[in-house]
Design a binder for this molecule. Structure first.
Ligand SMILES: NC(=O)c1ccc[n+]([C@@H]2O[C@H](COP(=O)([O-])OP(=O)(O)OC[C@H]3O[C@@H](n4cnc5c(N)ncnc54)[C@H](O)[C@@H]3O)[C@@H](O)[C@H]2O)c1
Ligand SMILES: [Zn+2]
Ligand SMILES: [Zn+2]
Length: 370
């Protein structure tokens, strides 16, 4: 079928919204009519070349919609089902899926290869085969994806909010709850209040943290942070140091979470300086792929028994955590409506990213036109 998509043809160039040819679903594939797609910073890492992938590529990996058609051998969903597209596929059978780490599913190897699961491409334009960001390509009103990337959700959840749990909300929430192992009474610092950080604040709140400090240079984001669960704010990690020392009688944070737009090696030392003895520092923000230098005091890491860990999709399992988080939204504990600060049409995708980089959004959301 013919549809529209935002395609990246060259690093450093804007997204090109143009007509593309989308294949019908093959075995184990699903055609989804997308309602909305979040503007996550990770697509911009691809655009700048921080994350080298095969181009051309349709952007977008934070979407939700309705199943339009299923290919042969699809058993998990049927036409009409509401679904969230998870940016990490889960086969349910590999070692990682079988041990409760399906964010690390072996099918993830396709994420960077530029081909779909099972090989080949489903999108074509200008005589070229086109890959899809995270095997999804949600910057299009329609996409054909593998059933491993699709999670069925309840029909009453608004799809333009459900999209957020396909990446940002689950990643941030899980960074606090699973990777940071936040416990009741803990002190948590979240550095960078975009979509991921705003969800990390909420994870820390739900896990029972006593003090939650939000760090962001943008003043209105610090105000938003207080509505989402932060108890204290600071404009930089350096500025957070004094107040955190006072707040914790010098014990510093049990959990620190790095959710800035672009992770840099030089941010690790200040992050660990905010992390107390036996504390967990979680690096969720994405760094340029070629960066290998990190500043940190190894002696401090060892003697203060600190941990520094990375994390994909917040250490969450798409099939259990996506429905769980949407239940928390329905019960009023997880705030999603507040996180979507501006909506855009697909044609406005570049404006959406300009706004993200200018600090104008917690999360921008494309609402697809049908
Ligand atoms: N690991 C994963 O699974 C995963 C998943 C999704 C996104 N990410 C990454 O998480 C990061 C955050 O994504 P996002 O969509 O929320 O980005 P965003 O651009 O919407 O938000 C980043 C925020 O960080 C703030 N910031 C920038 N530099 C800062 C600094 N030095 N100190 C404090 N705050 C600072 C900005 O003002 C902004 O509010 C990105 O790197 C993204 O690629 C990782
Ligand atoms: Zn993302
Ligand atoms: Zn698997």
């Amino acid at each position: 079928m013919k549809t529209k998509a935002a395609v990246l043809w060259e690093y450093g160039k804007p997204w090109s919204v143009e007509e593309v040819e989308l294949d019908a679903p093959k075995a184990h594939e699903v055609l989804v009519r997308l309602t909305a797609s979040g503007l996550c910073h990770s697509d911009d890492h691809v655009r700048t070349g921080d994350l080298p992938v095969q181009l051309p590529m349709v952007g977008g990996h934070e979407g939700a919609g309705v199943v339009e058609e299923v290919g042969p051998e699809v058993t998990g969903v049927k036409p009409g089902d509401h679904v969230v597209l998870a940016f990490v596929p889960a086969c349910g059978r590999c070692k990682w899926c079988a041990t409760g780490h399906s964010n690390l599913c072996d099918l993830g190897m396709y994420l960077m290869m530029g081909e779909e699961i099972g090989g080949g491409h489903r999108v074509h334009a200008r005589d070229a085969d086109i890959g899809t960001m995270c095997l999804l390509g949600t910057f299009s009103p329609y996409t054909t994806v593998h059933e491993a990337s699709v999670v069925k959700i309840d029909d009453d959840i608004p799809l333009d909010k459900a999209a957020l749990v396909g990446c940002g909300v689950t990643t941030g929430w899980g960074s606090a709850v699973y990777l940071g192992e936040t416990r009741a009474g803990d002190t948590v610092v979240v550095v960078g209040i975009g979509g991921i950080g705003a969800a990390a604040l909420q994870g820390a709140r739900m896990a029972g943290a006593k003090n939650i400090m939000a760090v962001d240079p943008v003043p209105w984001k610090r105000e938003m942070a207080l509505k989402l669960g932060a108890t204290h704010v600071a404009e930089s990690m350096e500025a957070a140091h004094g107040p955190l020392t006072e707040l914790t009688r010098g014990q510093m944070a049990d959990v620190t979470i790095l959710t800035v737009g672009v992770a840099l090696g030089e941010l690790i030392a200040p992050l660990l300086a905010l992390t107390g003895k036996n504390g967990r520092a979680v690096a969720t923000a994405v760094a340029p792929a070629l960066q290998t230098q990190v500043t940190l005091s190894l002696a401090d890491l060892t003697f203060m028994q600190k941990s520094l860990r990375g994390g994909l999709f917040g250490g969450a399992n798409p099939r259990s955590d996506i429905p769980k988080l949407l239940d928390l939204y329905r019960s009023g504990q997880l705030l999603l409506d507040e996180m979507v600060t501006t909506t855009y049409k697909l044609d406005e995708v570049n404006q959406g990213y300009d706004d993200m980089l200018a600090g104008k959004n917690i999360r921008g959301m494309i609402i697809h036109e049908h």
